[in-house]
Structures are given as structure tokens and as C-alpha cells.
Design a protein around this ligand. Structure first.
Ligand code: ADP
Ligand code: MG
Length: 343
């Protein structure tokens, strides 16, 4: 078994500026493993950007076109565990022999080897053996080799022998294409307007984008209705779209002070000047949106105002968001600042 997931293919890996180099290098390696100068091929990038998909696509391609080749996909975590077990069971030789007979070794998330000296040593020997025998090595990492602290220099320098390519956040057009591809694969139709709304709202990574589509489809089939703007909005609202960090009252004050020309004293004070009332109300609005605080506590943070003041502020800002492009833009920016999606 190669431990490859057959779903990961080049066909369903949407190309964009964000992944062009990695994708084409991957395809070159898939067509001629061990022969190109892309050895090792190192793909790096943040979470959910397609590393596992791409490196497995290479493996699947080779498996289907050159069935005599022994392709193996393994996560670094599993590799470490196998190594530890081999030591414990006195089967290190068998472990090493097994890895040395592979034609295409795909090692996912190598950052996991950081600080694991003995495993790195073992991988170093396997790497050398494979490379010298013209076998292909493909790796992924969540950061570029130069930032892999806790990794032996001799390994790091080998990682750079071949080609290192990064995967970046997909841009708007690529996100659209990814959504369309996904919908097409599931035989589902939704209006362009909704697709654009999703691509606009979820700009963190592909995994989250897919998550949103999946729950959208689930909602639609559960409620026996088509996917329209309304459903998209409510679905997004119910999803935690980020690796969300909790947002505190202080975070919000800091952001407001940075975005508007006001001080903490202004925000907590009694001034009724427009230049101060507006930022103050935005701050209340954001606290209502981003924290679980009761309205009463929110009021407390603004010099002991009562909850009806907070309600008024929230209503006022909500109306402005819908009626005033400038206000909408400012709020959008603040959401962006907090890495949140406004729905
Ligand atoms: P990573 O390993 O970088 O964390 P994954 O490879 O697991 O990310 O990708 C997350 C999800 O996004 C997977 O379901 C994958 O199929 C999908 N995906 C990522 N990039 C693309 C792309 N360019 N086209 C289509 N699907 C993609
Ligand atoms: Mg992965």
C-alpha cells in the first residue's frame, strides 16, 4: 500500500498564481520522478493551502502511469512513530531497509522532525541512499527550510539541493475557481452571486473554503432548498471560519484607537462630538459582535453607560453599515484586522 488518498489529483488541484510554480514542478516530477533536478522537491506553505493535496497528486500520478514504481506517502508524525517503535522492538535495520527500497518517498509535514535528533539521523541516511540511487524524494513543510529551527544543518542543506516552492493564499479569482470546481464535482449549481460572496468572505485558506461549501450543501439538503444568498449568509454566520483567537475588550479598544484618531479617555468619556461618538459606537458594536459580554458589561467599559446606550449604538452602526459605503468599508477593515468574516 502506498497510503495515498486517490482523491488528491492534479485534475482537481486548481491552478492559480498562488501555486503555479509548485504545481508545475510537481507535474514535472510526476512525469519523470528521480530524473529532474527537482530532487528533493520541497513544497512549503501555511495550513490548508494544498500541500498534502499536491504531494499526494504527484504520488497518484506516478502510481497510475508507472505502476512498477514503489511509491510511499507517509506523514512525518507516522515516520517518527515507526522509528521509535523500531528502536523499541530492535527492528531498526528492517525499518531502514524498508525505506531504502522506495522509489518515490513522499514525506508530509517535515517540520514535525524538528528537535528529533535520532529520527533526523535515520532520515538523513535514508535520504542519502535514495538520492544517490536516483530515487525521488518529495517533502512538505509548513515553513521554508531556512526557518526550520531544530533541524540538522546537513539535512537542511540537502533540502535545498532540489527545488523549493511555496504555496500561497489563493487570490479571489482562484477562490472562485476552487468553489466552482468543488460544486461541479458534487453536481451542484449555485448562482454566481453566491459564489462571489463566498469567495469574498472566506479568504483564509482552501480548507476553510471547502468547509463552508460542505456545510452549505448540508444545510441545503437538510432543509430541502437551493443554495441562495440567504442560506449562504446564515450558514456563514453559524460557522467559525477562523482558527479563531479570542478577541478581548482591550483588543477592540486598541484597534479603535489605531483606526480612528481618538484616545481611550475619549472613548470612555462623555464627549458628544461626532468624531468621538462614532468611534465609540463602533467599539460597542464590535464588542457586541466579537465578545460574549452582556450589553450591560459592554456599557460598563465605556465609563459605566447603561445597556440601552449600547443597544442604540449597535442599531445605529448596523443601519449605517447598510446605508453608508464609507462606514461599511471601515467596519470591513476592522473585521479584517481581527481576521473575522462579516456576514
Ligand atoms: P495542507 O496540507 O497545506 O494543510 P491540504 O492539502 O490538506 O492543505 O488542503 C486542504 C484542502 O483544500 C484539501 O481538501 C484540498 O483538496 C483543498 N485544496 C487546496 N488547494 C487546492 C487547490 N489549488 N485546488 C483545489 N483544492 C485545493
Ligand atoms: Mg497537510
Amino acid at each position: 500500500d502506498s497510503y495515498l488518498n486517490p482523491h488528491y489529483a492534479f485534475d482537481n488541484f486548481v491552478e492559480g498564481d498562488c501555486n503555479r510554480l509548485g504545481r508545475s514542478a510537481g507535474l514535472a516530477v510526476a512525469q519523470r520522478p528521480g530524473v529532474t533536478s527537482f530532487n528533493p522537491l520541497m513544497i512549503y506553505g501555511g495550513v490548508g493551502l494544498g500541500k498534502t493535496h499536491l504531494i499526494q497528486a504527484i504520488g497518484n500520478y506516478i502510481k497510475s502511469t508507472q505502476s512498477n514504481k514503489f511509491v510511499l506517502y507517509v506523514s512525518s508524525e507516522k515516520f517518527v512513530n515507526q522509528f521509535i517503535n523500531a528502536i523499541r522492538n530492535n527492528t531498526l535495520q528492517a525499518f531502514t531497509n524498508f525505506y531504502m527500497q522506495i522509489d518515490v518517498l513522499i514525506l508530509d509535514d517535515v517540520q514535525f522532525l524538528a528537535g528529533k535528533e535520532k529520527t533526523q539521523e535515520s532520515f538523513f541516511h535514508i535520504f542519502n541512499h535514495l538520492h544517490q540511487s536516483g530515487k525521488q524524494i518529495i517533502m512538505s513543510s509548513d515553513r521554508p527550510p531556512r526557518d526550520l529551527a531544530g533541524m540538522q544543518d546537513r539535512l537542511l542543506s540537502r533540502f535545498k539541493w532540489g527545488l523549493t516552492a511555496d504555496l500561497q493564499q489563493p487570490d479571489f479569482e482562484t477562490r472562485i475557481a476552487i468553489i466552482q470546481k468543488k460544486l461541479q464535482a458534487d453536481g451542484i449549481y449555485i448562482k454566481d452571486e453566491v459564489i462571489e460572496y463566498l469567495a469574498h468572505s472566506v479568504d483564509t485558506n482552501v480548507r476553510e473554503l471547502e468547509g463552508v461549501i460542505v456545510s452549505l450543501m448540508a444545510h441545503a439538503s437538510l432543509n430541502r432548498r437551493e443554495i441562495d444568498m440567504d442560506l449562504a449568509r446564515t450558514t456563514l454566520k453559524n460557522i467559525v471560519v477562523d482558527n479563531e483567537k479570542e478577541i478581548t475588550v482591550d483588543n477592540i479598544f486598541d484597534a479603535i484607537i489605531a483606526h480612528f484618531d481618538v484616545t481611550m479617555t475619549d472613548l470612555k468619556g462623555k464627549s458628544r462630538k461626532k468624531e468621538i461618538v462614532f468611534p465609540r459606537q463602533v467599539a460597542m458594536y464590535l464588542m457586541k459582535e466579537f465578545t460574549n459580554l452582556p450589553l450591560k458589561s459592554i456599557g460598563y467599559h465605556f465609563g459605566g453607560r447603561d445597556h440601552s446606550t449600547v443597544i442604540h449604538a449597535v442599531q445605529n452602526i448596523s443601519v449605517l453599515i447598510d446605508s453608508d459605503k464609507d462606514v461599511e468599508g471601515r467596519i470591513q477593515k476592522l473585521y479584517k484586522h481581527f481576521n473575522r468574516v462579516r456576514v
